[in-house]
Design a protein around this ligand. Structure first.
Ligand code: GLA
Length: 377
């Protein structure tokens, strides 16, 4: 594919972002507030109408073309790479939008399976590209909601809205304080005052993420069902830490631990957004560390590799805080590091982590960027 690909032959270039979540992990599906940023790592789609009733998909880095028939979009759930595209197109169509036959080339710079939301970037950019080539205006929030449905129905992950929302609605140089219950979003300028964010991939090949993720989500639903008998709440995020302690006895121990993470993480997000607005990087960093500890101990989604990577980072003198980001069970950490110490930080973390686990981490260079970008070519 790469040999013949000429961007000038396409009508639009449409991209959507990967994301890093700064804090607020595993609480989007409990109605909590989260604090992600969209990244310059993104999925870009080059698209042009082809006058047929088919969508042809190819990739800059795969020697493969997949053809989807617009009238049969429901029948492609088993495709390895194109199921995300097929699911997105199908659910967009089901929501009443027009689809036109087109050729699309995908170019993804979000590393797969890294916890930086490559699948959200693919789903969101596919929908935005389909809308652009059909001459439709689109609403970013609707695109995010449909992309989330595609993830549920085609990828089998019962995810919250954070990733798709950040991928669609992100804003350069801003973090997004997203209320996952109401979808209200406040953009907070990211000024890290002499610090920078370092994203590191633990590079552990992970599997069963989907089933473990769905299991955690089900556990929070059990917690809400049990606590809902005592408290008038619609979601776990509405429960205060002291209320959870009051009703601790009615919860099985494992369900209590999951709920404890959720209600305390909500409180950490509140404090972290204050710290960010005030430029209090020490406080922000401490909250990152506390979030990781809770994901390790109470939510149990980290594992040996992410723990080693985060702990190595936390022990470096230039690091103010570090935590896993995304679903966990592998993937990335995000660390707040003084700019003048970044090189020594990376060398130290790589050495300690490799010694402890046998894997070498990868560090990514990325800026905080916009969500969907549509350009006419
Ligand atoms: C994945 C999901 C999100 C969110 C995070 C954990 O990235 O797609 O909805 O639940 O895990 O915070």
């Amino acid at each position: 594919m790469t040999d013949t690909f000429d961007p000038k032959q396409y009508a639009y270039r449409v991209s959507a972002a990967g994301r890093v979540n700064l804090i607020g992990e595993h609480i989007d599906y409990c109605g909590g507030k989260v604090l992600p940023c969209a990244l310059s790592l993104k999925n870009t789609v080059y698209v042009r109408p082809n006058g047929t009733d088919r969508i042809n998909i190819s990739w800059t880095d795969l020697d493969e073309t997949v053809t989807l028939e617009i009238g049969r979009l429901d029948s492609y759930r088993d495709l390895k790479h194109a199921k995300y595209h097929a699911g997105s197109a199908y659910l967009w169509q089901q929501a009443g939008h027009k689809l036109v036959g087109c050729d699309m080339v995908h170019d993804c710079t979000v590393p797969f399976g890294s916890g930086l939301s490559s699948s959200a970037a693919i789903e969101v950019s596919t929908i935005a590209a389909l809308a652009a080539v059909a001459g439709e205006e689109f609403d970013r929030v609707e695109v995010a909601l449909i992309a989330q449905k595609a993830e549920h129905e085609y990828a089998g992950v019962n995810c919250g809205i954070m990733d798709q929302y950040a991928s669609a609605c992100g804003k350069a140089r801003h973090a997004m304080l997203l209320d996952c219950k109401t979808l209200a979003c406040e953009y907070i300028p990211v000024d890290l005052l002499g610090c920078t964010l370092v994203i590191a991939n633990c590079n552990k090949p992970h599997n069963l993420v989907e089933s473990k993720y769905n299991e955690r989500r089900a556990e929070t639903e059990t917690a809400l069902r049990l606590l809902g008998k005592k408290l008038a709440v619609d979601c776990l995020a509405e429960i205060k830490p002291y209320q959870l302690e009051e009703y601790r006895a009615i919860l099985p121990p494992v369900i209590y631990r999951r709920a404890k993470h959720v209600v305390e993480e909500c409180e950490r997000v509140r404090l972290a957004s204050i710290a960010m607005r005030r430029g209090n990087m020490e406080m922000f960093g401490e909250l990152l560390n506390a979030s990781h500890a809770s994901l390790e101990k109470f939510y149990e989604v980290t594992g040996k590799e992410l723990d080693s990577l985060a702990h190595a980072a936390q022990s470096h003198v230039a690091c103010l805080g570090s935590r896993m980001t995304g679903a966990g069970f592998g993937g990335c950490t995000v660390s707040l590091v003084r700019k003048d110490g970044v090189e020594s930080f990376k060398a130290y973390v790589a050495e300690v982590y490799e010694r402890e686990t046998g894997y070498r981490p990868t560090f990514y260079q990325a800026d905080i960027a916009d969500g969907i970008v549509v350009e006419q070519l």
